[in-house]
Design a protein around this ligand. Sequence first.
Ligand code: KG4
Ligand code: ZN
Length: 333
Amino acid sequence: MNFQPDARILAIESSCDETAAAVVENGHTVLSSVIHTQIETHRLYGGVVPEIASRQHVEKISDVAREALRQAGLTLPQVDALAVTQGPGLVGALLVGVSYAKGCAWAAGKPLIAVNHMRGHIAANRLNGVEPPFLCLVVSGGHTELVVVEDWDTYRYLGGTVDDAAGEAFDKTARVLDLPYPGGKKMDELAEHGEAIYHFPRAMLGENSLDFSFSGMKTAILTHVRKNGAQDRENICASIRAAIVDVLCEKTRLAAEAEGIRTVALAGGVAANRGLRRQMSALCAEKGWQLHLPELCYCTDNAAMIGAAAYAQFCRGDFADLSLNADPSLDLE
Ligand code: KG4
Ligand code: ZN
């Protein structure tokens, strides 16, 4: 990509339980980033209720987008394009963002860019000035994938989870310990005060496999709690975190060595995990590899990452028209 025009993109994200809007300049400078989280509502049900998520997006989306423009000091006619998460995610939730962005693009006569949510997570690294090629471990509530980012338009999938995602494993095991939804963050906090004294399984799926399996974690923790009780929560959390993080680091090591890549990045909500950030930093330091960690606010769902990913598409004129539809199962590649 040679031609890199100046562009201020208003990005919209509504794939799950965060209504978010941001203005991002040239794929790397965040002029504003506004997030309205629905977590308190969904906590009552122990997980995201899709119908409620869609309704809350409808209620909040215009306020959130207006606030993003206000904080950026811009009006809608002053932005160069609209970007929106097309998928993957909850279909009803996605549709709210897609419809809203289409409406804005049509009303203001601006180009519309359809962004893949997972590419968005990866592009959170662009906000730190990271440039491809690099190996990215994408770890969120719905995905666990190892991907080579050749350039901002070319992604090569190396492996991923065959069952539960890493975030799902954190959330499911946290639920067994009666931790509030979403349990990953709370488990990480408790783990900071504990020690990994219990052994939980580390599914490696064969010597050189780059796939992951975390579905055994829930049974392992249920068995442990039935036998020993759940009083020792801090040590249990530290032990679960160690098991998940060991697998994530080991597979990343295998992938980087197999590909001969010396630059590694993390992305997705689980990239906020303190244990993972520390252990991956130690691994990369030992190997002499460069590690990039997105800022915590750009790990979990946000719209700045969508604006960052949209810029590559803006540069090559990859625009959507008003027939754009949400795609709940959009692939990364
Ligand atoms: O990327 P994200 O906000 O949404 C998806 O695209 O899925 O990721 C949400 C996931 C949840 O499973 C949540 O528990 C997990 O990220 N998460 C964490 C931490 N913060 C968020 N997991 C472990 N440790 C954390 N500190
Ligand atoms: Zn996400």
